[in-house]
Design a protein around this ligand. Structure first.
Ligand code: DX5
Ligand code: ZN
Length: 217
């Protein structure tokens, strides 16, 4: 079958050694780097904004997959593109006019992603599926790394995979939260193209080996 790729999430990296942490992802052969932006509103914690994304952009050619866990994501679209984002994913739960934000991201010529938390059904995003490049299924409640994957979320990956075949669409399906050696085959079988790995990658003694294992399992 088709291969899924691992997007290491720097949320689990050491922010005081970001240069070295980015190198870990590069050396391991990753092509995507997942950047978790949290505002202390949509989720309790705060991580970083455009300054950090831009500093990372200057250090790497990796595909920067920006995951906005923020209220009012529309305010960050243009700044994040200027900072060097390659894909911008926002939460449909954080907005009323999701369709408008999708258009504004696409106008910037970067990949447009939408995300749903574990309590949100796929039916909420049906109208957007033909408009977006990427669907990020949260397999944990967003806000923290190192949580356990919630098994019921895997069914949503299956639904989205089925829907795209049925409707001849080609959005990518990505999954975020609790993906490790024990859970990766579950999400792969369900049909993901990309899986985010925070703690599984950065807390590993040998991240390069870990990425290889996760991608080949
Ligand atoms: C969670 C973040 C994730 C996080 C995943 O809110 O969106 O990207 O880094 O971390 P792990 O892989 O440790 O669950
Ligand atoms: Zn994320």
């Amino acid at each position: 079958g088709k291969k899924s790729i691992c997007a290491p999430s720097i949320l689990s990296a050491d922010f005081t050694k970001i240069d070295r942490e980015i190198k870990k992802a590069e050396t391991a052969g990753a092509i995507w780097l997942h950047l978790d932006v949290m505002d202390g509103q949509f989720v309790p914690e705060i991580t970083f904004g455009t300054k950090m994304v831009n500093d990372i952009r200057k250090k790497t050619e990796l595909f920067l997959d920006v995951h906005l866990m923020v209220n009012n994501p529309e305010n960050l679209v243009v700044p994040m593109v200027r900072a060097g984002a390659d894909a911008i994913t926002f939460h449909v739960e954080a907005v009323v006019h999701a369709h408008r934000i999708v258009q504004s991201i696409k106008n910037e010529n970067v990949l447009c992603g939408i995300s749903i938390v574990p309590s949100t059904p796929v039916s909420l995003i049906t109208e957007l599926l033909s408009e977006v490049d990427l669907i990020l299924i949260m397999s944990v409640n967003p806000g923290y790394g190192g949580q356990k994957l919630i098994p019921s979320t895997v069914e949503k990956i299956r639904q989205l995979d089925h829907f795209r075949r049925e409707h001849n669409l080609n959005y990518k399906i990505s999954v975020d939260g609790g993906v490790n050696r024990n859970t990766v085959s579950l999400v792969k079988k369900a049909g993901v193209d990309v899986f985010v790995a925070g703690s599984a990658f950065f807390n590993s003694e040998d991240p390069a080996e870990e990425l290889k294992v996760l991608e080949t399992i």
